[in-house]
Write a protein that binds this ligand. Structure first.
Ligand SMILES: *Cc1c(COP(=O)(O)O)cnc(C)c1O
Length: 391
């Protein structure tokens, strides 16, 4: 008999009832160190006092109105994002995949309005992930996600990750945009080298294309800059954000330049919940913490410490791990053992990690984790690796 919850997830038998900082407690009182953050969502950890305060204060006043009216919390969050990024304008969604939908629509409308309606194609890369909506799965194009769900949204050209010549060769009079994650998350924590992001920006400029960055996982302080593309010294035309921006409240956004967004006039797009007062009140509190140089400096310091300890861990367990990869606190351990076995063994040591493609385990801790948490994380990983090696 089908479970009452649609069984699209293989769930671990872990039931958490409380969270604090980087720690999660189960119903039976076990304390887990959380290196997953609900997949890069709880950027400020669990039950951060400022987020609890922002949410409960807003909840006592007003939960929801509609985008038919002024929403000051939404205006405030948009202003913060515009102040701290390349963007001139922001649309709020509830998730990353909804941000993908708008990014695709915006790019196509841009060229339609410029009198080039044939420019509909978006170049994407293998190993990418842009969510589970029809546009998201068509964009990523992996068999696992699309099989059985056709006909797919047309207009995506799938290229080999890291193959710049492939990009140049794929450009035609139908090309509208390039869509890429600066650091692939689901694909196995694969960073795009700065030089390559720069080259993609140049290719877009040379060919009049839009550069769309998916920073749903790598954005909002995760790599030690507010947004990952800042490391490469470039800016996109359109950027998708979600996960960390809500700190656990469902919130996403599309950021764009005035030019890229020029086609999105009144009536061309909408969302009932997107940008509602509750979500945006929390988003403002998240931004106030993360868009702060001192906070980001701490992320970078802790990332350096964690990376150094992980390099040592890999050296100590060459039969389990192959390498450390990633940027900031978006780290991956490429495994020699089966990644799912390492994640599973971690559970036995009260440690949460997240599997990814390419036989990687992801370490996406709350950006607020302490030096002590890092030391404890590495102790637990060390114990876990020894168990996996002995099994
Ligand atoms: C998680 C993710 C998405 C989809 O976000 P949802 O909120 O699950 O819809 C899109 N892109 C990237 C890079 C992601 O990591």
């Amino acid at each position: 008999m089908i479970p009452s919850v649609l069984p699209t997830y293989n769930r671990a038998p872990l039931e958490f009832v409380k969270g604090e900082g980087a720690w999660l407690t189960t119903a039976d009182g076990r304390r887990f160190l959380d290196l997953g953050s609900g997949i890069a969502v709880n950027a400020l950890g669990h039950a951060h006092p400022a987020l609890v305060e922002a949410l409960t204060a807003q909840a006592q006043n007003l939960w929801h109105v509609s985008n038919l009216y002024q929403i000051p919390q939404q205006q405030a969050l948009a202003d913060k994002l515009v102040e701290h990024t390349f963007a001139d304008t922001v649309f709020f969604t509830n998730s990353g995949t909804e941000a993908c939908e708008l990014a695709v629509k915006m790019a196509r409308k841009y060229f339609y309005d410029k009198g080039q309606p044939e420019r509909v194609e978006i170049l994407t890369f293998d190993g990418s992930f842009h969510g589970r909506s029809s546009a998201g799965i068509a964009a990523a194009g992996s068999e696992k996600m699309v099989k059985g769900f056709g006909p797919l949204l047309p207009g995506f050209v799938h290229l080999t990750f890291g193959d710049l010549d492939g990009v140049t060769n794929a450009i035609s009079e139908k090309t509208a945009a390039i869509l890429i994650e600066p650091v692939q998350g689901e694909g196995g924590i694969r960073p795009v080298p700065d030089a390559e992001l720069k080259a993609l920006r140049q290719i877009c400029d040379d060919n009049g294309l839009l550069l769309i960055l998916d920073e749903v996982q790598c954005g909002v302080g995760r790599t030690g800059k507010l947004f990952a593309h800042e490391w490469a010294g470039i800016t996109p035309d359109i950027m998708m954000v979600a996960k960390g921006i809500g700190g656990g409240f469902p919130l996403g956004a599309v950021l764009a330049t005035e030019d890229a967004a020029s086609g999105m006039t009144a009536g061309t797009h909408g969302s009932t919940y997107g940008g509602n007062p509750l979500g945006c009140a929390v988003g403002c509190a998240v931004m106030d913490h993360i868009a702060d140089e001192a906070f980001l400096a701490e992320v970078n310091r802790k990332a350096g410490l964690m990376r150094q300890k992980l390099e040592g861990l890999v050296a100590d367990h060459p039969e389990v791990f192959e390498e450390v990869r990633g940027a900031g606190l978006m780290l991956g351990l490429k495994c020699k053992a089966v990644n799912a076995d390492v994640v599973q063994a971690g559970y036995g040591n009260e440690l949460i990690t997240v599997p990814a493609a390419d036989n990687v385990i992801r370490l996406l801790p709350p950006l607020t984790l302490t030096d002590e948490d890092i030391a404890e994380a590495v102790r637990r990983l060390d114990k876990t690796a020894a168990q996996v090696a002995a099994a």
